[in-house]
Design a protein. Structure first.
Length: 247
């Protein structure tokens, strides 16, 4: 069962998508709102939406800005009457972009895409992680073998990523989101919209500053902080009298 939420300042649009969700097997509507900021309380609640249908052109904060805040907690499907937003939507790691008026066939196409991605992620979570992976290099036919433990952090460069390792830096044609799906979720954690780190190579954290083993200082983005705390708490040795979330 996939839980869904809708954020759209147009009530008729909410009604259409709500109807699509209610008539689709294995989808459940958690709720909807015409006020963008309501989604913040929803993703902080006990049951988080697996999918959020998010309008782009809204007052106070547009959907593109809001997606940058919530896309670590829920899968985004953008909806908009303006198709020119499509390119920007996918830059925000959206799973799909549905132009209004939305047909049920197009709605179902987006749902199938998300279900397939979730199945792939679940299969990957159940297998024993490899000790290394390969990326394509800059020359035709070149493949570069990288051991997970050698990775310090990975930097986003729009449609490319730069993999910083103890043996050098390697650039390949991938997005940070694509790598995030493939790497071990326990050790490789997003800490910023532009950076993912290897926990094994993290040296220290102070406030919103992360220091890696190569002394590189990275900024810890606010929306990624809770997930990092969750992972570090499993490795932390402190007194039971101290709240581990307060660091």
């Amino acid at each position: 069962m996939l839980h869904c939420y809708i954020v759209d300042d147009e009530v008729p649009s909410i009604e259409i998508i709500s109807d699509y969700i209610n008539q689709t097997k294995n989808l459940r509507l958690l709720g909807s709102s015409t006020r963008p900021h309501d989604i913040i309380d929803i993703i902080s609640g006990p049951v988080k939406p697996d999918i959020t249908f998010l309008d782009i052109d809204m007052p106070a904060i547009n959907g593109l800005e809001l997606a940058g805040i919530i896309n670590h907690y829920t899968s985004i499907i953008f909806i908009s009457a303006y198709p020119e937003y499509g390119a920007e939507a996918f830059e925000k790691d959206a799973y799909d972009f549905l132009p209004k008026p939305i047909s049920y066939a197009r709605f179902m196409q987006a749902i199938v895409k998300i279900k397939n991605r979730i199945q792939v992620n679940q299969k990957g979570a159940n297998r024993v992680p490899d000790e290394y992976f390969f990326i394509k290099g800059g020359r035709k036919g070149q493949l570069i073998k990288i051991y997970f433990y050698d990775v310090l952090y990975i930097e986003s460069m729009e449609n490319f990523v730069k993999v910083h390792t103890i043996k050098g830096k390697f650039v390949t044609y991938l997005t940070l989101k694509e790598l995030e799906f493939k790497l071990d979720k326990e050790n490789f954690i997003r800490v910023h919209k532009c950076f993912m780190i290897n926990i094994d190579r993290l040296q220290s954290i102070e406030g919103n500053q992360i220091v890696m083993e190569d002394q590189k200082q990275l900024v810890l983005g606010g929306v990624f902080r809770n997930r990092l705390i969750e992972v570090l708490n499993t490795k932390m040795v402190i007194s039971d009298r101290i709240n581990p979330a307060r660091f």
